[in-house]
Structures are given as C-alpha cells and as structure tokens.
Design a protein around this ligand. Structure first.
Ligand code: SAM
Length: 281
C-alpha cells in the first residue's frame, strides 16, 4: 500500500470516529510511523509503506480513534520555540499558556539574574522556555506528581537547562524553601463538577490532578496564592494562569494576600487567561 492510500483510509476512519482534525492527525501519525517529517509524507504520497510501518500506523490510528491525543501518541509537543517530550503523566502544553512566557519576558527585560519558582511545573514547558530565553535565570519547579517531574527532567536535559533547574516533589502547601523573585503557576483550575463535560481527548487521557481545581475551580489556585505569598520576595511578581470566568474571584484572593493586580492578559481566543500581580504587603 502507498502512503496516500493508507492516509486516506485513516482520515475516513478518524472522521467516522468524530475526530476534529482527521487530515492533519493522519499525516502526523504517518510521519511518526515512518519516522520522517510531515513534509516528507505530503511530498511522497506515491511511496510504498512497509508492512511493519503500516501495522504501527494502523495501531496509532486505532488509538487516535479512541480519543488518545496525538501529542501522547508521538510523545512530543511544540511549545513556545521548543520541542517538549510529553507522556500521559503530564498535561499537554497549551498554546494559550504561551502568554505567560511573553509576559515574563516583558517584565524581566532589564533583569539579569533572577530566581524563579514554577508551582505545578508538569512537563516544564513554562519554566524551561523561560530558562532557555534568559540564560542567567535559575528555576525551581515543584509538582505533586513524581512522574511529571521525571518528564520535566528529561526536557531540562534535552533543552540544555538542567544545570539551572531544581525540581522537588512537593505539594505547594508543604513547600517552604526560600524566597523567589518571580513565581509562575498554571494550576489545575477546572471546576470539579465540570470535569465530565471536557472533551474526551482531555478527560479520558490527561492527568486528573493537572485538571481538577476542586470546588469552583479555586481550591488549587487558592493554595498557590497562599504559598506564593510566603515564598515571594517583596515587590516580586506572581504570574498566574486562570480559567476564563475566574478573574473576579482570583483578584479578591490575591488582594487579601497582599498582592496588587498589575495586569490581566487575554488569551488567543480573547478570554481572560493570566493575572499578573505584585506582592506589596
Ligand atoms: C495544569 S497543570 C500545568 C503543567 C504545566 N505547568 C503546564 O503549564 O503545562 C498543573 C500541574 O500542577 C500539579 N499540581 C496539582 N496540584 C498541585 C499542588 N497542590 N502542589 C504542587 N503541584 C500541583 C499537577 O500535577 C500538574 O502537573
């Protein structure tokens, strides 16, 4: 069978399974199966595919048909300017989260050396992207999931920042290490009762502890703000990703803990996505 026939069959199958992007997914999974770039797949439709590669491709397509995200199937995801290793133990980095990197880079434009803390570091996509772009910054990442820290360590090594990265398995409630210049966090912020309405790709495959924000989605956010208020230096910034409808309540929690709200940033879909605050009291 040639690449074109295999890809077309896969597209039809994924369409039947109500997968939203059947064409793109089939091409990416073919490139994974034959270990070539996606461009090669598109430019070599008439090339024959070996039985072994076809078998692997079929397996990937079956898994995709069940909703398994492409990023987990190919074990990578591009975020900011970099390629991150991912598996089912980490949240797949989201393009909307890139607003955090943009803001940190703006805020620290004239800073030479800073100590950063990422609460709920996951794959490390936020912290490692910043360390890549700011060569004199040092980062600490904490997470309750040991398995996500294992992936973060791989990314730190692959992207050449491991010597400036410390990782700790800890709940934010139990982390009292030192004071940081800047804290970032993309905590789980989805309301527990709404988890069941998430897309199958998300709720069926991504780690629950990366999604479940408890009652009103504010349980982990509150913990992050409480912890940060102890861990941040005076006049240090806390940059927090939030859900589209949480701005008002999160602002209040921040203000009660001595943070001044500096800016609210919208994401690519124009939803409130990120709150930048400064510890003033
Ligand atoms: C939404 S994910 C974010 C992962 C990554 N920072 C990103 O932006 O893709 C939240 C992360 O916080 C971790 N986490 C959840 N509750 C935590 C807690 N109480 N203390 C520390 N980490 C926590 C989860 O294991 C998960 O890796």
């Amino acid at each position: 069978m040639n690449i074109q026939t295999a890809v077309q069959k896969a597209q039809l199958f994924l369409k039947e399974k109500k997968i939203k992007t059947p064409v793109l997914d089939s091409q990416i999974l073919m490139s994974e199966a034959i270990k070539k770039e996606k461009e090669f797949v598109i430019l070599n439709f008439d090339k024959e595919i070996s039985n072994e590669n076809l078998e692997y491709f079929d397996k990937l397509i079956q898994q995709r048909g069940k909703g398994e995200p492409v990023a987990y199937l190919i074990k990578k995801k591009y975020f900011w300017k970099y390629k991150f290793t991912v598996n089912k133990n980490v949240l797949i980095p989201r393009p909307d989260t890139e607003v955090i990197i943009e803001e940190v880079l703006k805020l620290t434009k004239n800073k030479d050396s800073l100590n950063l803390l990422d609460i709920g570091v996951g794959s490390g996509c936020i912290l490692i992207s910043i360390l890549k772009d700011k060569k004199n910054f040092y980062g600490t990442g904490i997470d309750i999931s040991k398995k996500s820290l294992d992936i973060c360590k791989i990314n730190g090594k692959n992207l050449g920042v491991i010597s400036r990265l410390k990782l700790f398995k800890s709940d934010i409630d139990n982390f009292h290490f030192r004071k940081y210049d800047l804290i970032i966090s993309n905590p789980p912020y989805i309301e527990k009762s709404k988890l069941k309405y998430l897309e199958k790709d998300v709720i069926g495959f991504e780690p629950k502890q990366a999604l479940d924000g408890g009652i009103e989605g504010l349980t982990e956010i509150s913990k992050v703000i409480n912890g940060s208020s102890e861990l941040i230096k005076k006049n240090g910034f806390l940059i927090l990703e939030i859900g589209f409808n949480q701005k008002r309540k999160v602002k209040k929690i921040l203000e009660n803990k001595g943070f001044y709200i500096k800016k609210i940033i919208k994401d690519l879909s124009n939803n409130d996505r990120c709150i930048i605050s400064m510890k003033i009291k």
